[in-house]
Design a protein around this ligand. Structure first.
Ligand code: FE2
Length: 283
């Protein structure tokens, strides 16, 4: 489905923006389902605060089992600033969930329908994925006012393959703007090295530094402001980040992280699948 010029853009810049990839009806179905899952969240059973910082900080032990257990489940994570000093939610539950992860694409019929099909399979082929394998899905709420930032990172470090094959499919469920914390990318930055690897060792995980190249910042990077329905597809080595949502509306997005089954998938990647629950492609 990509033109030769679009394929060249992907190779040169490390990402491609495809407006109108998903219809309003598809977006609405996904959003409704995500909100239903969030509303049904068992708040008392898993009062876990999610933040990217917590993967490295003192909260790591507390959230570890809940996080690792989400690899092949459907679980909800809270915004970092969802709780007040008294430990109670500062906003209604439905406006306090950071994301749902990480296997809805295989477990939930609505998410599965959104995440599979000929159109996505064709695009995967065009960006060089010979045997696509979808390891992870995330529905990101980026809640109004408390939707936290996601620090600069490369997705390749979370799903190591040899050679590198990780590709991210990022769907805008709502319009993404500077004010509500759109993606920022470093065009061409995928030609650099992988800086960090997220490694699992039993019940422990760690972020290992591999390369000291500094992360870009907003003076050198490009914001990717897009309309709802747009698919941003990007290379696993492309540095990207998103700012906090300072607006008064949530900014929903949905992502799939995909590797090429023709490449070796590292045994210390945090998500692994069993024979009973095999990893699948887009068909
Ligand atoms: Fe990412």
């Amino acid at each position: 489905m990509l033109t030769s010029s679009q394929k060249r853009d992907f190779t040169d810049n490390g990402y491609i923006v495809l407006p109108g990839f998903k219809s309003p009806a598809e977006l609405s179905a996904l959003k409704t389902r995500a909100e239903k899952i969030a509303a049904a969240h068992d708040f008392d059973a898993c009062r876990e605060v999610f933040s990217t910082a917590s993967q490295r900080g003192p909260q790591a032990d507390r959230i570890q089992d809940y996080f690792l257990g989400s690899a092949n489940e459907t679980r909800c994570f809270f915004e970092e600033d969802a709780f007040g000093a008294d430990g109670e939610l500062t906003q209604p539950l439905a406006q306090s969930i950071n994301k749902i992860g990480h296997a809805m694409h295989d477990l939930d019929p609505v998410f599965s329908a959104f995440s599979h099909g000929d159109k996505l399979a064709g695009l995967a082929k065009d960006v060089g994925l010979h045997q696509p394998q979808i390891w992870q899905s995330m529905y990101i709420f980026k809640q109004a006012r408390i939707g936290g930032k996601v620090d600069w990172h490369q997705d390749g470090g979370f799903f190591m393959t040899t050679p590198q094959s990780v590709t991210t499919f990022w769907f805008a469920v709502d319009d993404a703007t500077l004010e509500n914390g759109c993606l920022w990318v470093e065009p061409g930055g995928h030609k650099g090295k992988l800086r960090q690897q997220f490694v699992r060792d039993g019940r422990k995980t760690k972020l290992v530094d591999l390369d000291t190249t500094p992360w870009p910042d907003t003076t050198t990077a490009t914001p990717v402001e897009v309309k709802a329905g747009t698919l941003v597809c990007f290379h696993g080595l492309l540095p990207h980040y998103s700012a906090p949502n300072t607006s008064d509306k949530a900014r929903h997005a949905y992502t799939l992280h995909v590797t090429d089954g023709a490449c070796d998938y590292a045994p210390d990647n945090w998500i692994q699948r069993s024979k009973e629950f095999p990893v699948r492609g887009f068909i």
